[in-house]
Design a protein around this ligand. Sequence first.
Ligand code: SAM
Length: 414
Amino acid sequence: MNPSPLPAPLPAPPACTAEPSHWDQRYRDRADGWELGRPAPPLELFLRTHPLAPRTPGTVLVPGCGRGHEAALLEALGFRVIGLDFSGEALDAARGLHGPDRPGLRWLQADLFDRPALEAAGLAAGRLTGIVEHTCFCAIDPGRRDDYIATACRLLAPGGWLLGLFWCHGTPGGPPWGSDPQTVAAQLGRAGLVAEIWEPASGSVAQRQDEWLGLWRRPVATAAGAGTPTMLKPLADRLRTWGFSWEGLRDNRHGEWWVVGQMVLIAAHALPPTPPPSALGIHWPLALRLLGGLIFLTGLGVGGQGALNLGASLTPLPEPIPGAPLVTEGAYARCRHPLYQALLICSLGVAIALGSLLHLGLLLALATLLRLKARREERRLCLLHPGYAEAMASTPAIVPFVPGLDWRVCSDPA
Ligand SMILES: C[S@@+](CC[C@H](N)C(=O)[O-])C[C@H]1O[C@@H](n2cnc3c(N)ncnc32)[C@H](O)[C@@H]1O
């Protein structure tokens, strides 16, 4: 009799990462490949040196804190910190390394998704100033990420922040489960969080070169549900999506001052012709008036096409919308900044139609401002989209072959 064939090996059981026992075992076995033995360098660098880094005072949660390096760093920086983890092994190690509970640092053993347990521990809605994420988001099942984000939004006070280092690797399987920057940004944005920073991290350890660092905020008005008249709410929401904030108007964090300058120059086009051609003894020909009008309309057309092509990536700020795709088609295949080109065409049309030296000056001022604004925008685009450098080499910037407006024909206009 032939022996019956050996049964095929059973597939490995899925990692039960929703169970604290899974993590306890990994800590006991020292199967803790994520352990850096120190706070993640990009987070530490950011918190210690970045001008936009959140400032004390405030109560900050570190979910899935593990051995507590980030929690201890935050306490040393002056925050009141809660290091939360559902693994008792992790928290025992954290206490051993950083000391027991004290006024500035508390270790909390609880499941991040267990709302009653969090509330019983004093973590009710709106209690936190900030949350610092490091390798918890990639450790939980990807199907629970929206839950993670909803929990973060619930716990944050209006105006509260989420500072996170997200490991956007593309390797299948997990933990650590990967992602990509667009998806993470879209998930956080859908939950109503607004990005102040979303960029490739600097200073990552060698084995984690795909980390992205983000500072996201729960908006004050939306969270409070008050403060903005209903009629203006869509406008306020749109401005927030673009990245505008009162803080930005004060410190230019997303290039707000460029937009203000641009608006002032555009508005100045409504001034009367100065000096009027008649004051110089010139009767401004009808043909030039008509030509100027035609050029102006052409500018509107170019702008309309550019805005349509850009779609959801459209923002007046020189800071790209976090997670927005790079557009290189339609008007963007002809030039990299068709909206700036459109503004200059319109401005030229007005100057010709009015025969005004003032408007000629406004055209030159607008060209200078847009050139500098585009350069700032491109520095960010190069950082966020590796393919952008290629577009810069092949596609003119604002106006083809015009020195200063097409940086392929002059060395460095910035
Ligand atoms: C990959 S480890 C990272 C630990 C720490 N953040 C670090 O970078 O060293 C993930 C941690 O999240 C914890 N964790 C996973 N799911 C959790 C949950 N639902 N609630 C609380 N902690 C959780 C695990 O126990 C583990 O300590």
